[in-house]
Design a protein around this ligand. Structure first.
Ligand SMILES: [Fe+2]
Length: 255
């Protein structure tokens, strides 16, 4: 392989943005991977395009923002299991998916439907990671609504009680299955709604989450069995309204 074609290869490989892809392609083309390391900094800069950050696969789990022994009606064992197995598992899976996507960029003759499968997984895992982080962050409080979020709820639902009844109704509609209930401000319509989400990919476009409730069975089955409504009641007692208010302050309300 001449110098020019080798440079082309390295550019192609580096665009893929993955160490795994780099190694594979270099081996396939029988080019010594260590050659890149031996290049001068200037030569590397001229030939190697930096790895794509979009496929970095470097996410790491955020620690629980509250003491799991202090929740009312939700056990430490359940929260730890949820955080370690479901949430952290989703973070690991997202990293693996991103790295796989990077590697696939360099694969010739890859069937589009195979790439589509992994792109779907990217959406699933991203939804799971983001929603779990919102969920854990809005737990650990006293469950007493206040502040801007409460004012906003009253504007759109008439009263806290009416909002809570509809939030619980939406959550209970997901009992025994999977999904999320999300109090969202829609940045497009300018409206506040309790959105129903059957899975990690269900989100109203432009919905800005203020309060997120995990309705997957793994979020309550250990403590409540199939009695999802009891878990929903317990969740409401532990909402961290300071965090909900922080989110309400952070978003831009459409005039
Ligand atoms: Fe979960």
């Amino acid at each position: 392989m001449d110098r020019v074609s080798r440079r082309k290869l390295m550019k192609m490989v580096a665009v893929a943005g993955s160490g795994a892809a780099l190694t594979t392609l270099v081996k396939n083309e029988q080019v010594n991977a260590e050659e890149i390391a031996r290049m001068t900094t200037e030569e590397q800069a001229a030939t190697v395009i930096p790895a794509a950050r979009a496929f970095g696969g470097q996410h790491s789990p955020k620690p629980l923002p509250f003491d799991p022994t202090k929740l009312k009606g939700i056990s430490e064992k359940l929260i730890k299991s949820h955080w370690e197995n479901n949430y952290s598992g989703a973070v690991k899976a997202l990293n693996a998916v991103e790295q796989r996507l990077a590697a696939m960029l360099g694969e010739k003759d890859l069937p589009p439907y195979i790439y589509g499968d992994v792109k779907r997984e990217e959406l699933v895992r991203t939804g799971s990671v983001v929603l779990h982080e919102y969920y854990f962050a809005n737990l650990g409080g006293d469950g007493k609504a206040s502040g801007k979020a409460l004012d906003f709820i009253k504007q759109w639902f008439g009263s806290y009680e009416q909002w809570e009844a509809e939030f619980k109704k939406t959550a209970n509609a997901l009992g025994g299955g999977s999904g999320w209930t999300i109090l969202s401000y829609n940045l497009h319509t300018g409206e506040l709604h309790n959105y129903w989400a059957w899975d990690h990919m269900h989100n109203a476009p432009m919905g800005y989450p203020l309060l997120v409730l995990d309705m997957y069975e793994h979020a309550y089955h250990m403590d409540y069995g199939a009695a999802a409504a009891k878990y929903v009641d317990a969740f409401m007692q532990n909402v961290n309204w300071d965090e909900v208010n922080r989110r309400a302050e952070e978003m831009r309300v459409r005039k």
